[in-house]
Design a protein around this ligand. Structure first.
Ligand code: GAL
Length: 675
């Protein structure tokens, strides 16, 4: 099986003569998959109802003749200007009432029936024409749903939102109850009075905000489904749409069920030393969304992007190292944005596989080298095979979009970043060499030994019960900010943490006490001081950040306490062990070293074997996929391998091998077979 190699290919930006050169270079680089037509609507339908497919016919034939498979886009991500001229109401409106204009991209209201109709008609034409074309490997629906416009506040959206609310609540009194409109005179007398949460004098109704997040996700998903329906009626070829890592506006659990293969666009910042660790988490999410199945890295930058204020290049070897990180964590394809760097338009300074300066460049040489290596790896069989294999894991972190939307709302005890909180836990666990999945809190957790549920703020009774019952047989760690409210954002009274979680953990929360900085003018400036902690859970002293609370213990051991200030002496880490399981509670976000020590302690008590390091060096990432151990050196010093086996990339024995910065080894047992 092939590890796909390729990227977005936008030849409509270039004269025909360049296409032949593209084919020659694609073959040199071992390109096997090209994503075509993502932004081609204006070219395919230059005037309403007038289609021009001639150029795409020729292009697909050319790619096919050159052995390049095609991920064909439905081209609906960016409507042509004529749609806005004919139907200005298809343009999206921001919460401040600003109608967005043409001249950029993705300027459509997701609820617009006109947009959906025109998009569906285009898809019908594309699919009718190309369903039987031998080059097509995959359908690429739209592009990065919600990337620029995820919530639209226009009148069409408002009407759709009312319909959504009617379907959900039936009666306006039920909406009033769930939204808590007795507060601030918000009571509605009919659904006609309800609007999207547009700009308002001060804090908007929290449940209205949350419902609008849910509605907005549903509307985008409806756009996706409308296209998928057209494709499925005509073609059995698999379908994807590209995700964007931890993207707040779109609940990928709901989407993942509806794609045939998960694909992702990730642009880690080369200037940020945390990027490899963060990207590792994103890749683990992609694998988890597909239930562990292989996924595709649909887009990454060959080197610099153009959309940060300052755009760092990837250092020599970094593109390769980060590509292998994806393969290690379950990807069966490495694709880029984009093939040939644009000559005009707002992405002309975004790197491409074929740079402005041509092929006598370090970047192109790296592109060719990686293509050749991936082709060789694809051919391996037996213990050394990579494609199609899985990343086994006994550890999971819960992730739920409702809680993400809820915990980051204003008017909360402290500004908590949901993803940063998950990242802290993910990093602590992966730094121990553990493979970590993400799961929904209402999923079947029985395949895991250890489940961490951090900041699971808006927990339904079913989710609370699911977590609690896991603690009877596995090790559950609940982090602060969990089960503060139900799924309607109604606070759980009588001590936060609902039953039966409260009994499973043996604790309840009396009062929140997040660390705060002096803030005379409510400007949100200043960094809160760290909280002093100590106890055996950390093997001594530690510090906490972000959150704290007065935690009451009913039936648990106290393994660490706050040591200073108003919280001094109050518990911060507790454990309640039952027969086979245990329930831990952590009332702050320990700083990285302390969290790592805590995670190690928890993992060991959960009976999880911590793998011995595969190499020397601080920033060495190791991941086991299938029969192979991937070792990637993200540090600035050489690392030395201390495991036995053979490196699939060089054929050399692993033990004693030196890995330079950005170096990669893929080690399989020497006794294994390789093809
Ligand atoms: C993605 C998008 C691509 C391109 C890329 C640049 O968000 O799908 O079309 O714009 O970013 O980094």
């Amino acid at each position: 099986m092939t590890i796909w190699y390729g990227g977005d290919y936008n030849p409509e930006q270039w004269p025909r003569a360049i296409w032949d050169d593209d084919m020659r270079l694609m073959n040199r680089a071992g390109i096997s998959l090209a994503t075509v037509g993502v932004f081609s609507w204006a070219r395919l339908e230059p005037r309403p109802g007038e289609y021009d497919f001639g150029w795409l016919d020729e292009l697909l034939d050319l790619l096919h003749a050159n052995g390049v498979r095609v991920d064909l886009a439905t081209a609906t991500a960016s409507p042509p200007p004529w749609l806005a001229r004919e139907h200005p109401e298809t343009l999206p409106v921001t919460e401040d009432g600003v109608r967005l204009s043409v001249g950029s991209r993705q300027q459509y209201c997701p609820s617009s029936p006109v947009y959906r109709d025109r998009a569906r008609e285009l898809v019908r034409r594309v699919v009718d024409r190309y369903a039987d074309h031998p080059a097509i490997e995959l359908w690429h629906v739209n592009n990065e749903y919600g990337c620029h416009v995820s919530h639209c506040y226009c009148d069409v959206s408002a009407e759709a939102f009312r319909g959504w609310l009617r379907a959900k609540y039936g009666q306006i009194d039920e909406l009033n109850r769930v939204w808590g409109t007795a507060f601030w005179s918000q009571r509605y007398d009919s659904f006609d009075e309800v609007s999207p949460p547009r700009a308002a004098p001060t804090f908007r109704n929290p449940t209205q905000l949350l419902d609008f997040d849910r509605f907005s996700n549903d509307e985008l998903l409806a756009c996706y489904r409308a296209e998928v329906e057209v494709i499925r009626a005509r073609s059995p070829i698999p379908i994807t749409t590209n995700f964007m890592g931890f993207f707040k506006a779109v609940d990928y659990w709901a989407w993942a069920r509806e794609v045939d293969i998960v694909s992702d666009d990730t642009y880690p910042d080369p200037a940020d030393p945390e990027s490899p660790a963060y990207a590792a988490m994103v890749r683990d999410l992609m694998r988890s969304l597909g239930g562990g199945a292989p996924w595709l890295l649909m887009e990454q930058a060959p080197s610099a992007v153009n959309w940060r204020r300052r755009n760092a290049v990837k250092s020599p070897g970094q593109m390769r190292a980060w590509s292998y990180q994806s393969v290690a964590r379950g990807a069966d394809g490495i694709l880029f944005f984009q093939w040939r760097q644009s000559v005009a338009g707002s992405e002309k300074f975004h790197s491409g596989l074929v740079p402005h300066s041509g092929t006598d460049t370090r970047l192109w040489r790296e592109v060719e080298q990686l293509g050749q290596e991936l082709a060789a790896l694809s051919a391996r069989t037996g213990d050394a095979a990579i494609t199609g294999t899985r990343v086994p894991s006994t550890v999971a972190i819960t992730l739920d979009w409702d809680s993400w939307w809820a915990i980051e709302q204003p008017a909360s005890p402290a500004d908590v970043s949901y993803v940063r909180t998950l990242f802290a836990w993910h990093r602590a666990l992966t730094s121990l060499g553990l493979a970590v999945d993400f799961v929904r809190s209402d999923a079947d957790l029985s395949g895991y030994r250890l489940v961490v549920a951090p900041a699971h703020f808006a927990a339904s009774d079913a989710q609370v019960a699911n977590l609690a019952s896991f603690a009877e047989t596995g090790t559950l760690v609940v982090g602060f900010g969990t089960a503060i409210t139900d799924e309607n954002l109604h606070v759980r009274l009588g001590g936060y943490l609902g039953e039966p979680l409260r009994s499973a953990l043996g604790v309840w929360i009396e009062e929140f006490a997040p660390p705060a900085a002096p803030d005379l003018q409510n400007l949100g400036i200043g960094t809160p001081p760290p909280l002093a902690l100590a106890g055996e859970a950390f093997g001594g002293a530690a510090t906490g950040t972000v959150w704290a609370e007065f935690l009451r213990v009913e039936d648990a051991e106290i393994l660490a306490t706050f040591t200073e200030g108003a919280l001094g002496g109050w518990p911060v880490v507790t454990r309640r062990a039952t027969g086979a399981g245990a329930g831990w509670y952590v009332a702050t976000l320990p700083e990285p070293d302390a969290l790592r020590r805590l995670a190690e302690r928890v993992a060991l008590e959960a009976g999880i074997d911590l793998p011995a390091p595969a190499a020397t060096g601080e920033q060495v990432e190791t991941v086991r996929r299938g029969g192979s151990l991937f070792v990637i050196n993200h540090g600035e010093e050489d690392a030395e391998l201390v495991v036995e086996g053979t490196d699939a990339l060089t054929g050399a024995p692993a033990a004693g091998m030196r890995l330079a910065p950005q170096g990669v080894a893929i080690i399989y047992p020497t006794s294994g077979t390789s093809g």
